[in-house]
Design a protein. Structure first.
Length: 132
């Protein structure tokens, strides 16, 4: 199995070195063995787990959900329903954020439309921001 230092692991996975150390500290990434010189020595399992974590984060899963997904992935039981439940909850979060973003877009459009006279000393956008 290929062995690598933290810099090589970072380059291979596109993950920041400090992030790798953080994932170790919080238990998402198991601590690697150390070389005789005290350097961390990672293997393919670490790279795969780190890639899993990064993909989960890219999908917007918070770290506690990523940890749960990792646990489910390592479990031999029928876990598809559990993973589906987590993914469905995440989808609900994404949909809620999209609704919020659409409301924000509409509010910004309305403020921009009210700001017709660029030369005016009275700015409707600033007025809207100052409203209680």
């Amino acid at each position: 199995m290929a062995r690598m230092g933290i810099g090589a692991l970072a380059r291979r996975t596109g993950c920041n070195i400090e992030t790798i150390r953080y994932y170790e500290r919080i238990g998402l990434l198991p601590p690697p063995p150390r070389s005789a010189g005290g350097h961390r020595v990672y293997d393919e399992n670490h790279a795969g787990r780190l890639s899993f974590i990064r993909r989960g984060r890219a999908l917007g899963f918070p770290l506690d959900h990523v940890a749960e997904l990792l646990g489910l992935a390592e479990d031999d039981a029928d876990i598809c329903a559990d993973v589906r439940t987590l993914a469905a909850a995440r989808l609900g979060d994404v949909r809620a954020k999209l609704r919020d973003l659409r409301r924000l877009e509409a509010a910004l459009k309305e403020m921009i439309a009210r700001c017709e006279d660029e030369g005016s000393s009275c700015c409707p956008i600033l007025e809207a921001l100052q409203e209680p």
